[in-house]
Design a protein around this ligand. Structure first.
Ligand code: ZN
Length: 262
């Protein structure tokens, strides 16, 4: 637990792990690192992006650090959450959701066609880095969504929970499909379950069936992306004696250029 400038005191979902990388924080669903990041980036800039990603239920009261953990006054509907996550899967392009594509007569005259809006919210490169980070809960040692793995197909997935266990979420995608599941009551009430996140179980069962028999596929790495071996303790380029090293992706020309000297 830690106190921030405005007196807001978030706690971690799991035990405090000391200084950790963003990758590890996403993997194990930590809270504090994201509140700290939002403190730096400001809730206003998050709200700006959420609106671009089609979230329509934000209120003035949501303009605070609680936003980092999804503590919203009105919440987000599963369909809007799904379209927002699809924008990452679609290489940064938001596409407004629809329940139909077209309606034709028997002679194939189109009488109704869905008009979906498309807009680029972030670059393909940024989307790729987000895909990679969101794969961490599925592939990482401490991952909270390891049961969402699908054989030979890349999966990105993030679990979510709210205070008092009113809600459980699983938001995720593959190179083929995006799906979001929410588990809870219409009126806030604590949900009880044995062990695994019930939203996650539904997600994983449905997605495994949908992907059954589809060809193996990975998230495509854009050519602009830079890779570097980083020292997890300092965030600088790892030298031979750094104990915790890992490979990280960066936008072009943003990787650290100095070596760790610890
Ligand atoms: Zn080092």
């Amino acid at each position: 637990m830690m106190e921030l400038k405005n007196g807001y005191t978030p706690t971690n979902y799991n035990d405090y792990l000391g200084e950790i990388t963003l990758r590890r924080a996403i993997e194990s669903s930590q809270n504090i690192p994201f509140v700290k990041i939002m403190e730096e980036l400001t809730p206003k800039s998050s709200i700006k992006y959420m609106k671009k990603l089609g979230i329509t239920t934000l209120t003035k009261e949501d303009d605070n650090l609680n936003l980092a953990l999804g503590g919203l006054q009105k919440g987000i509907s599963p369909i809007e959450m799904c379209s927002a996550y699809s924008s990452i899967a679609n290489d940064g392009t938001y596409i407004s959701p629809t329940f139909y594509t077209k309606i034709e007569t028997q002679n194939h005259n189109i009488i109704l066609k869905s008009k979906q809006k498309k807009k680029q919210v972030f670059s393909k490169d940024v989307a790729f880095i987000m895909k990679s980070l969101l794969s961490q809960p599925v592939n990482g040692t401490y991952g909270t969504a390891t049961y969402c793995k699908i054989n030979k197909i890349d999966v990105a997935a993030k679990t979510g929970t709210t205070n008092e266990d009113y809600d459980r979420w699983l938001c995720g995608f593959t190179p083929y499909y995006t799906a979001v599941t929410w588990f809870g009551y219409d009126f806030n009430e604590t949900i009880h379950f044995n062990g695994q996140n019930p939203a996650g179980l539904i997600w994983s069962n449905i997605m495994k069936q949908i992907h059954y028999n589809l060809k193996s596929k990975s998230f495509e790495e854009p050519s602009n992306i830079q890779k570097a071996t980083i020292c997890a303790e300092t965030g600088l380029l790892a030298n031979k004696s750094c104990k915790k090293q890992y490979v990280e992706y960066f936008l072009k020309d943003t990787a650290p250029t100095t070596y760790c000297n610890k």
